[in-house]
Design a protein around this ligand. Structure first.
Ligand SMILES: *Cc1c(COP(=O)(O)O)cnc(C)c1O
Length: 433
């Protein structure tokens, strides 16, 4: 498969170039030259296929010219080795639990696929790459875990001191090995600024091969399509020939874009819902046709606090910039923090199901859409385990949220981290030694 950057559509590049060099700043918006159509036989078999088998077949259709079958099996097997169950919440409403991976958020799928692909693409040359990421929470954990022990790759993660949750901090600091955590005396914005400065600093380029693992990389986005096929297949098993609507709690819109990509390969999802918190620029676009990016505001579903979502231009690209075409496939809704809190409380009381704040936004949007279309089966993507946002959730439900066993084990482990000031020169000195 050849790829083009949506800013320079006439220049085609290889998979390797698209994922390894297209990783700096906002320049990583690559799309495949053509989107393969999955064969009818695939969709007929879909309800009986495992997540792993789906991942394998979809990757073969997209990247079969670049990767042999064994490599595809290896990379996809690592990306989706855990369950992604479709769990009923109530009649007509299901939760696709994307939080059974090692860091309890859907970002594990994309980060693990990307790590496997990077490792494969780098094995021919002796290149060492140095992944540099700033994190406000979930991304850093998923990236650290996915790239841990990968040959030829060193990872440095910058996180703001005192501003990530205790659980998130454990995920960043207890791995050690090739994963280095820098606790920055500043905010997330400081961390991001320092990372950007490093990518723009020509004086370090010949000393280290910096790479970013940010969410606009196609290698992180594409594998997120696997679970859309899987969810649809599972739903057809439960409700043959049902129409399916899928609600996606969205921030940077990588997750939703992966669903739209699946749809373009032939997956017959009836409707996608872009579920936003107060950072609702895409919902606004879907309502009015006007797109007005603006600074983000802080909410309790903070992984969705994005004011200028990077993947919006990919969504437009998928619909040839047609508002009407996008609107036919995607509906938008948004909710504030009070509505989100009330939803977590109510769903637990009525249905004995505990949503995290992101999933709650998705659930509210799904219910609103289903009011007019009660014949449809609805799925909300539950993007993280509620224990990752225990401060918010426990206050709402007035109960403790249990932490899964795998994460409890981290609690006694030593932390590997270095403390630095929010000053680029300090980061530079750290990077070039
Ligand atoms: C990252 C994240 C989101 C937003 O996903 P996008 O692909 O950026 O739209 C939603 N929920 C959780 C828990 C996340 O970590």
């Amino acid at each position: 498969m050849k790829f083009y950057n949506i800013n320079t559509p006439n220049k085609l590049v290889s998979l390797k170039e698209a994922v390894l060099t297209g990783i700096q700043g906002t320049d990583g918006l690559y799309m495949p030259q053509s989107i393969p159509t999955m064969p009818a036989s695939f969709f007929e078999r879909l309800p009986g296929l495992s997540l792993q088998q789906i991942a394998y077949e979809v990757t073969q259709a997209m990247l079969g010219d670049d990767l042999n079958n064994e490599t595809i099996k290896h990379i996809t097997g690592q990306a989706v080795y855990f369950q992604i169950p479709l769990v009923q919440v109530e009649e007509g409403v299901y939760s696709l639990e994307l939080f059974h991976g090692p860091t309890l958020a859907f970002k594990d799928v994309g980060a693990r696929f990307m790590a496997g692909l990077f490792e494969h693409l780098l094995q021919e040359d002796e290149t060492q790459i140095h992944i540099l990421v700033a994190t406000s929470g979930d991304t850093g954990g998923a990236v650290a875990n996915a790239f841990y022990n990968k040959k030829g790759i060193r990872v440095t993660i910058l996180y703001p001191s005192g501003k990530v949750s205790p659980l998130q901090k454990l995920q960043l600091t207890t791995l050690g090995g090739n994963v280095h955590a820098l606790e920055v005396n500043g905010t997330f914005d400081d961390c991001q600024r320092m990372v950007k400065q490093a990518f723009n600093d020509a004086s370090i380029q010949d000393k280290i091969n910096l790479a970013s693992a940010n969410s606009i990389n196609f290698a992180r986005l594409f594998p997120q399509s696997f679970y859309y096929y899987y969810a649809y297949g599972q739903m057809q098993q439960l409700h043959p020939n049902s129409q399916v609507v899928l609600s996606v709690p969205s921030g940077n819109f990588g997750n939703l874009t992966a669903g739209l990509l699946a749809k373009q390969t032939g997956l017959p999802i009836n409707k996608f819902i872009a579920a936003n918190n107060a950072n609702n620029v895409v919902e606004e676009y879907l309502q009015t046709g006007k797109y007005t990016p603006r600074p983000s505001v802080q909410t309790i579903s903070n992984a969705m606090d994005v004011g200028a979502p990077s993947n919006f231009s990919r969504m437009l690209n998928l619909y040839n910039n047609s508002y009407d075409a996008m609107k036919a496939d995607v509906a938008g809704y948004s909710y504030n923090d009070d509505e989100t809190r009330a939803c977590i409380d109510e769903v637990l009381k009525l249905h004995n199901y505990l949503l995290d704040p992101h999933g709650a936004v998705g659930y509210l949007a799904l219910k609103e859409y289903l009011k007019d279309t009660p014949e449809m089966q609805g799925i909300v993507l539950e993007t993280a385990h509620p224990c990752k946002f225990s401060e918010v959730v426990e206050e709402v439900i007035d109960m403790k949220v249990a932490i899964p066993e795998a994460l409890q084990q981290m609690q006694g482990k030593p932390a590997y981290k270095q403390y630095i000031e929010a000053d680029y020169e300090k980061l530079k000195a750290y990077l070039v030694i």
